[in-house]
Ligand binder design. Structure first.
Ligand code: SF4
Ligand code: SF4
Length: 482
């Protein structure tokens, strides 16, 4: 039974890479590992220039519960420790020359671990929310004592356009995700796990459901969710799956729920079962400017420039040809299917639709913007020297046709932004208050509850950058303690 939350929009999904198997991106000759890959304070550097490190060597240790341990993604020599930009912040990066020996030091495997051992391992392995939030998982799994947790939600919604990394891991690592979910549930002491997946990923729903049945796993159910952005936002997902509402300024634990992303569950499995700390992740590399689009295992600290040197850009002629060839392939695939193979036909038709849309956008191959994450909530840059971190679910190289370059005009009071806001806010009033610098007024209209989903900006016919206003007003309200 597909479930839904109030508000939301239907951006074009552009999930071109959904059928491509995950592959390993060739590690670069040099990595720049940031000590800030989480919400809290930067981790404390534990190595010195000249040190030899292996894959899995601790480079920096967590500074407080909202911080996380940082591990080396390659083997080689520490060459520098320098300040660089990561997701709009300045932070130290540990520069390592890769010797390509791939020698590694993992933590010991835990078999039959206790609740305490799992919690300790999750913290030790530096695991954070991998859907983009970067909230340390160990802190999330340690809610206030008065919060009685009865449900663990595993977030497989992946509602942002372009991104298919979670979709692919659900298809390629179903058993590991389920085991990871069980470890998390043990750490929490709950036996009710719900995996929520949007119904445009029916193959992932089927794969996980079959794996649960085949392995006679009890306590986990997979729920199909209506495809609607931002279905994967924590509060919207909880509402869709449990009909419980997280009160303003409270955490989901207040209503008995903890949410973890599917990639986080996979990383928990690797940390507990293999002793593998978090030094790599699956990233969808896509956008009109990319030739070899796909989902790749990428080491943290890999620059965008190095990602693009492997994935390549193409000229408009070649780009068009690649897309046309893929389109032809899909059309042939479709023609071979029988009428009764409805699910497969639906899926291929969706790919064909996405490829046709892609054809319209590939005329120019030059990217004008790089986005870390999805186009709705990701961080934009033009700096190719920034790097992949634990929270980078996607890296998009977008062309002019894919980016809104229209200048904003006056609000026409159409009310569309309010209609699509999943938090039931009045974005146009918050925007006006922000322009006037009236932070008390912005707070009165609930800007602090904004989840920065971008639905309002997406729908606005005047192309107003409402999300920037929301971000600014939130920042000012918190800064001034209003
Ligand atoms: S006001 Fe915030 S929560 Fe509402 S649509 Fe805009 S970005 Fe999303
Ligand atoms: S959608 Fe844009 S134009 Fe319409 S009310 Fe909101 S801010 Fe104004």
């Amino acid at each position: 039974m597909p479930t839904k939350f109030p508000g939301g929009v239907h951006p074009h999904t552009n999930k071109i890479t959904q059928r491509d198997y995950i592959s390993e991106l060739t590690p670069p000759a040099k990595v720049f590992v940031p000590v800030l890959q989480h919400v809290g304070k930067p981790a404390i550097v534990k190595v010195q220039i000249g040190d030899y490190v292996k894959i899995g060597t601790l480079l920096a240790s967590a500074d407080g519960i909202l911080s996380s341990n940082i591990f080396s993604p390659v083997s080689g020599k520490v060459m520098a420790i320098e300040n660089r930009i990561i997701h709009e912040c300045d932070a130290l990066h540990i520069v390592i020359d890769n010797d390509f020996s791939d020698s590694a030091e993992y933590l010991p495997r835990l078999s039959n671990p206790s609740k305490e051992q799992i919690l300790e391992r999750i913290a030790e392995a530096g695991i954070v929310g991998m859907g983009g939030a970067g909230f340390p998982t160990a802190a999330k799994l340690n809610p206030p004592k008065e919060d009685k947790i009865d449900t663990l939600i595993i977030n497989g919604a992946e509602c942002e356009p372009y991104i298919t990394s979670d979709h692919r891991i659900m298809l390629e690592y179903p058993e590991q995700i389920l085991k990871g979910a069980k470890y998390i549930a043990t750490a929490l002491g709950v036996d009710n796990i719900i995996i929520g997946i949007e119904n445009n990923k029916q193959d992932a729903i089927d794969t996980l459901t079959k794996t649960i049945t085949a392995n006679k796993i009890i306590g986990i159910k997979v729920v199909s969710l209506k495809t609607r952005y931002p279905q994967g936002a924590e509060k919207q997902l909880i509402y869709s799956l449990t009909k419980r509402t997280v009160p303003a300024c409270e955490l989901p634990s207040k209503i008995g729920v903890i949410v973890n992303n599917v990639h986080t569950a996979l990383s928990v499995y690797f940390a507990v079962w293999d002793g593998q700390p978090l030094y790599r992740r699956v990233v969808t590399v896509s956008g009109g400017a990319v030739k070899n689009k796909g989902s790749y295992w990428i080491r943290t600290g890999t620059t965008y420039k190095d990602v693009l040197s492997v994935c390549k850009t193409v000229d408009s002629f070649e780009n068009t040809k690649v897309t046309q060839d893929k389109l032809r392939e899909k059309q042939q695939e479709l023609s071979k299917l029988q009428k009764h193979e409805k699910a497969e036909r639906r899926e291929i038709n969706a790919s064909i639709k996405a490829l046709k849309k892609e054809l319209e956008t590939v005329k120019s191959s030059k990217y004008i913007m790089v986005v870390n994450g999805g186009p709705m909530m990701g961080t934009c840059t033009q700096n190719e020297e920034e790097v992949i971190s634990k929270t980078s679910s996607a890296l998009l190289f977008l062309t002019e046709k894919e980016v809104n370059t229209v200048s904003p005009s006056q609000c026409i009071n159409c009310g569309k932004c309010a209609m699509v806001c999943p938090m039931k806010l009045m974005p146009m009033f918050i925007d006006a208050a922000t322009i006037a610098g009236d932070w008390a007024e912005a707070k009165k209209y609930g800007s602090i509850d904004c989840i920065l989903c971008g639905c309002c900006s997406y729908i606005c016919p005047a192309k107003r950058d409402l999300v920037s206003s929301m971000k600014r007003s939130k920042k000012m309200i918190l800064k001034r303690g209003i």
